[in-house]
Design a protein. Structure first.
Lengths: 334, 294
């Protein structure tokens, strides 16, 4: 109970002409020490507001934020052992890279030798040893990102908060930074709380993910559970593609809808044993490099997406049979 | 007019004309007059002479001997001192005003901007005259204090025609010129940097000193220049709120052209004013400049 971060019934309510906006609505969650925790959700779901309340940049309307047994909710940002990597990095443009990194330690009155040593270590940690005297404007986006990381990590915070920190980078750099972030988290042993709307990023980096919708947590689980056992339709559709069809369309005798992932369905010859199957007509083929997406109109009328790794010799208008392993079917609340 | 060079010259000519008439000509005339001989009735005549410049430092006594006279230099010094003090006070008052305005919601900012600019809708002469009505012995302040019983009926505090009234008049006249550049700088500032500073353990004062003020330096310097330069040569405030004997560079120059009818000396004094401004700016840019303040 005493270690880690515990968020207890935290709400953030903004006044609004038409009533009020509950940006974060009575959220409770526990984040363990040394965890890579992700807050995932569409824009406006409250994930950034929750992060800002942990940082101390927003004050909760109600509730408590307990870090290692101490309620930090009433503390101003500059008294919290927590540091943030901002979406736009927010590097101080009038300071060099070294001065940026030294800022936090200087404000806490650390001795000069310690600061100098920490600057060297943290520049090495983010592999920018030769950029100490540059101004942020002389660095590339990826380098700025790493300075922002170093500036936060050098203070050895109990928690590092990352606010959509990778979204400004291009695809290749983003993939590199995902691995880099994981490495940094492992090496430093600091709890990372990562905010993103990118489900790929969330799945590939996190120990646990909280999917948020409209100020509430929809599901809190490991990446595999979130993907394969989504607790409701919002989570299932937000994370990757999920086909939802009537159970009867798959020849099942239950009521309600059944979901399945495009890659779990295969095209079958004849009637496969031990699988659930459905007939349909191929509507459209989209080649996407590593996979090919096939749009199939089931005989029940619904259109579903099927993903295959290797191109299959089919063309639009062909009759197909889909086979689905029963254990991969998704049954969840609407 | 068909060749590109000719077309270019033709298109540039309005610019050149305006530059010549509005910027160069008056300056050249002033410098030229300062090397000429005064006419009894005002105006200038030949021959060319350095006489006007020697009058800055020396006075000719009854025997025709030149003796060192510091009175003009003292006027210079007083002007620089008062302008520097006024710039400093404008900064002290203007920065918090600009900060407050820039941190309001956008809709409210326009309202505050309007309040700051409304005085420009009317003439400075009239607004300075209003200060006479406020400050004089029978004015708003003294009458108010009498009404409150702080002063007896026959008592009054002399506020008008003092250093205080001149300083107040200058502060009043030039405060908007400090507020506006700082405000526009703060309004464009990335406030995420202030949040980053707080996130990195800097309290409000540390954030102000280490982040906000350094980032606001261009606005502060622009505001200081916009206040300092007109202040040093200001005419209205010392003339109206300082009284007949109160001399600053602006009023001194006016009296040389007017009452004394010594145009060359007046022109030389104007050149001296320009030199003083330049020296003042150089000192300010070195002092207020940049790294040391951060």
């Amino acid at each position: 109970m005493s270690q880690g971060l515990s968020i207890r019934q935290v709400s953030k309510i903004y006044p609004h002409p038409s009533g009020e906006v509950r940006a974060v609505d009575n959220v409770s969650l526990d984040i363990k020490s040394n965890e890579f925790f992700t807050l995932l959700g569409p824009s406006g779901c409250g994930k950034t507001t929750l992060l800002r309340m942990i940082a101390g940049l927003d004050i909760p309307t109600s509730g408590s934020i307990i870090l290692d047994g101490k309620d930090i909710a009433p503390l101003p940002a500059y008294e919290r052992p927590v540091n943030t990597v901002f979406q736009s990095y927010a590097l101080f443009p009038h300071m060099t890279v070294a001065e940026n990194i030294a800022f936090g330690m200087k404000m806490r009155g650390r001795p000069r030798e310690e600061i100098e040593k920490s600057i060297t270590t943290s520049l090495a940690l983010v592999r920018l040893d030769d950029k100490a005297e540059r101004k942020p404007s002389q660095l590339s986006g990826g380098q700025q990102q790493r300075v922002a990381l170093a500036r936060a990590l050098v203070n050895q915070p109990k928690i590092l908060l990352l606010d959509e920190s990778l979204s400004a980078l291009d695809y290749k750099l983003r993939k590199e930074m995902q691995i880099e972030l994981k490495r940094l988290q492992r090496d430093t042993g600091i709890t990372f709380i990562f905010v993103t709307h990118d489900q790929d990023e969330a799945l590939s980096m996190s120990d646990r993910i909280a999917v948020m919708e409209k100020g509430k947590i929809s599901q809190l689980d490991g990446p595999q559970e979130i993907y394969h056992q989504p607790s409701n339709r919002f989570v299932a559709s937000f994370i990757g593609i999920c086909n939802f069809v009537k159970a009867t369309s798959l020849g099942l005798s239950e009521s309600g809808d059944i979901g399945f992932r495009p890659e779990d369905a295969v095209f079958a010859q004849g009637v496969p044993k031990g699988k659930i199957y459905a007939g349909g007509t191929l509507n459209h083929i989209t080649y996407r490099g590593s996979v090919t997406h096939y749009l199939v109109q089931l005989d029940g009328g619904e259109v579903v997406t099927v993903a295959e790794d290797d191109p299959i010799n089919l063309k639009a208008g062909d009759r197909v049979t889909l086979a689905l392993p029963p254990e991969r079917l998704i049954r969840c609340a609407a | 007019m068909s060749s590109p060079a000719g077309k270019r010259a033709w298109l540039l000519s309005p610019f050149m004309f305006l530059m010549g008439v509005f910027f160069m000509l008056p300056l050249v005339l002033i410098v030229g007059y300062s090397f000429m001989t005064p006419q009894e009735t005002g105006g200038v005549m030949m021959p060319l002479t350095f006489e006007a410049y020697t009058k800055i430092f020396y006075e000719t006594d009854f025997d025709g001997k030149k003796v060192f006279d510091p009175s003009f230099l003292l006027v210079c010094w007083r002007s620089v001192k008062l302008a520097a003090l006024c710039t400093f006070l404008c900064l002290l008052a203007g920065f918090p005003m600009a900060y407050y305005m820039a941190t309001r919601p956008p809709a409210q900012r326009n309202f505050w901007m309007m309040l700051v600019t409304i005085p420009f809708w009317t003439n400075l002469l009239i607004r300075t005259y209003a200060w006479i009505l406020i400050l004089r012995d029978g004015g708003l302040i003294n009458n108010g204090l009498r009404g409150l019983g702080v002063l007896a009926e026959d008592q009054s505090i002399s506020l008008l025609y003092t250093d205080f009234s001149v300083g107040l008049g200058l502060l009043y006249s030039y405060l908007p010129f400090m507020v506006l550049p700082i405000y526009s700088n703060l309004e464009r500032m990335d406030w995420k940097l202030v949040e980053a500073s707080a996130d990195l353990y800097a309290n409000r004062w540390q954030t102000l000193r280490r982040v906000t003020i350094p980032l606001c330096m261009p606005g502060i310097i622009a505001g200081s220049i916009l206040v300092f330069i007109p202040c040093i040569g200001s005419y209205l405030a010392p003339q109206m709120l300082g009284g007949a004997t109160y001399m600053m560079l602006g009023t001194k120059i006016e009296s040389l052209f007017g009452a004394a009818k010594d145009w060359p000396f007046g022109s030389a004094a104007s050149v001296a004013l320009m030199a003083t401004v330049m020296i003042g700016l150089m000192i300010m840019s070195r002092r207020g400049g940049l790294k040391e303040l951060v």
